[in-house]
Design a protein around this ligand. Structure first.
Ligand SMILES: Nc1ncnc2c1ncn2[C@@H]1O[C@H](COP(=O)(O)OP(=O)(O)O)[C@@H](O)[C@H]1O
Ligand SMILES: O=C(OP(=O)(O)O)[C@H](O)COP(=O)(O)O
Ligand SMILES: [Mg+2]
Length: 402
C-alpha cells in the first residue's frame, strides 16, 4: 500500500484517534457474543500504547434510527471485553461529544486506552434521525478530528462506508491519517486471493442485509463462475421468480433488481431448492422442510437438506470460495444446520482458497467450530464484497498517501 501506516506516525505522547470496527454481536443479556473483531484490532491498539500514544477508539455498533435503539447499542460491554483482552483498564466515555468526552481525553496519560460511545449515537439527536455519523456531517468529522493529534483507521469492516468517523476524521487530518495493521493485512490478503482468483471461483451470499448487498451480485456475475444465494438474501429472489415467500425476509423494493439479476445470470446463480420454515422467529417455533412455495404464516429461517446437497455439488470443484452472510438464522440453534454444513464442507476443500467475511459470518463459523479449516477469516462482509467488485473503499481512499 502506498498509504501511510501506523508505523509512519509519531505516537509518543500523542492523542491517537483510532477508528476500529467493534460492531460485534451482542447477546440478549447484553454481553459480547463474539469478539473476533475486537481481537483483530489488538495488534494496532497494542502498538500505539507500547509506543506511549494515547489510544482514543471510535466505533459504531449496529444501526440507530430512533432514540430507543440507543440503550441496547451501547459500547459499554465492548469496553469491558477489550479491557479483559488487553489486561488493563479501558476508559469508557458514554457520550460522543462535549465536555465529558473532551475532559476524559485531556486527562489521559500516555499508554492509556479510551473508548468513545457508539459513533452512530450521532445519527439520532433529540429524537430526530439526522444521520450526522452515517451522512458524514462535515462538522462532526471536523470536531472529532480536533480531539487528537494523529488518526489511525483500522476498521476494515467499515471501509465501504463514507461516514464521519472514518472518512470525515481522515479528511480533516491531511498527512496524519494512517492505516492500521488489520487494514493492511485484510487488503493484502483479499488482493492476493481475488484479483486473479484460481478458478472455478464461487461466491456465496447470504445474511440479512439484502438492500445493501444485492447490488454487488450484478458485478460479481462478471467475476465469479457461480454465485450461490442462501440465507435471508434468497427470498427476494424467490419473490422475483413468483415463488411464494410467506412471512420470510423479502425486500419488496429490491424485487425488480433481483429480476434483472436473474435475467442476466442464467445458470450462474444458484438458489435454494428447499428451506426450513418456522411459524415464528423463535428457536422453539414449529418447523418443517418445504420445497418451493412458502405459505403465509411460515418464514424460511434456514436452507433445507436438498439445498445443502445442491450447494455442496456446486462447491466441490471450486478453487476459490468467498462467502459472506449466514445460510440461516444461525444464532438460533435450530436454524444453524445450513450454515454449519456449508462451513464444514468448505473445510474439506483441500486445494481451494476459502475466505469467509463479515461480522456475523465469522461469528457463525467460529461458534460452529469450523473456522480453523478455512483459509482466511475476514472482519469485513460488505467491505470484502465491495473490494471484490473492484470498487474503491472510501475509508481506505481517505487515508493519507505516504
Ligand atoms: N433466512 C433468514 N431470515 C432472516 N435473517 C437471516 C436469515 N438467514 C440469515 N439471517 C441473518 O443474517 C444476519 C447476518 O447478515 P449480515 O450482517 O449480512 O452478514 P455478515 O455480518 O456476515 O456480513 C444474521 O444475524 C442472521 O441471523
Ligand atoms: O458489520 C458490518 O458489516 P457486515 O455485516 O457486512 O460484516 C460493518 O460493521 C458495517 O456495518 P453497517 O452495514 O451497519 O454499516
Ligand atoms: Mg453483519
Amino acid at each position: 500500500m502506498a498509504k501511510l501506516t501506523v508505523e509512519d506516525l509519531p505516537l509518543e505522547g500523542k492523542k491517537v484517534l483510532m477508528r476500529v470496527d467493534f460492531n460485534v454481536p451482542i447477546t440478549d443479556d447484553g454481553k459480547v457474543g463474539d469478539d473476533n473483531r475486537i481481537v483483530a484490532a489488538l495488534p494496532t491498539i497494542k502498538y500505539v500504547i507500547e509506543h506511549n500514544g494515547k489510544a482514543i477508539l471510535f466505533s459504531h455498533l449496529g444501526r440507530i434510527k430512533k432514540e430507543e435503539d440507543k440503550p441496547s447499542k451501547s459500547l459499554k460491554p465492548v469496553a469491558e471485553r477489550l479491557s479483559n483482552l488487553l489486561n488493563k483498564p479501558v476508559i469508557f466515555v458514554p457520550v460522543t461529544e462535549g465536555k465529558q468526552l473532551e475532559d476524559a481525553i485531556n486527562n489521559m496519560k500516555d499508554g492509556e486506552v479510551l473508548l468513545v460511545q457508539n459513533t452512530r449515537y450521532e445519527d439520532v439527536k433529540n429524537g430526530e434521525y439526522v444521520k450526522r455519523e452515517s451522512g458524514n456531517d462535515p462538522e462532526l468529522g471536523k470536531y472529532w478530528a480536533s480531539l487528537g493529534d494523529v488518526y489511525v483507521n483500522d476498521a476494515f469492516g467499515t471501509a465501504h462506508r463514507k461516514h464521519a468517523s472514518n472518512v470525515g476524521i481522515a479528511t480533516n487530518m491531511p498527512g496524519k491519517a494512517a492505516a492500521g495493521f488489520l487494514m493492511e493485512k485484510e487488503i493484502k490478503f483479499l488482493g492476493d486471493a481475488v484479483d486473479n482468483p484460481q478458478r472455478p471461483f464461487v461466491a456465496i451470499l447470504g445474511g440479512a442485509k439484502v438492500s445493501d448487498k444485492i447490488g454487488v451480485i450484478d458485478h460479481l456475475l462478471d467475476k465469479a463462475d457461480k454465485i450461490i444465494i442462501g440465507g435471508g438474501m434468497a427470498y427476494t429472489f424467490y419473490a422475483a421468480k413468483g415463488i411464494k415467500t410467506g412471512d420470510s425476509l423479502v425486500e419488496k423494493d429490491k424485487i425488480d433488481v433481483a429480476k434483472q439479476i436473474l435475467d442476466k445470470a442464467g445458470d450462474k446463480l444458484v438458489l435454494p431448492i428447499d428451506n426450513v420454515v418456522a411459524d415464528k422467529f423463535d428457536n422453539d417455533a414449529n418447523t418443517k422442510v418445504v420445497e418451493g412455495d412458502i405459505d403465509d404464516g411460515w418464514m424460511a429461517l434456514d436452507i433445507g437438506p436438498k439445498t445443502i446437497a445442491e450447494f455442496e455439488d456446486v462447491l466441490k470443484d471450486a478453487k476459490t470460495v468467498v462467502w459472506n452472510g449466514p445460510m440461516g438464522v444461525f444464532e438460533k440453534p435450530n436454524f444453524a444446520k445450513g450454515t454449519l454444513a456449508i462451513g464444514k464442507f468448505l473445510g474439506t476443500l483441500d486445494n481451494a482458497t476459502t475466505i469467509v467475511g463479515g461480522g456475523d459470518s465469522t461469528a457463525a463459523v467460529k461458534q460452529l467450530g469450523v473456522a480453523d479449516q478455512l483459509t482466511h477469516i475476514s472482519t469485513g462482509g460488505g467491505a470484502s464484497l465491495t473490494y471484490l467488485e473492484g470498487k474503491v473503499l472510501p475509508g481506505i481512499a481517505a487515508i493519507s498517501e505516504k
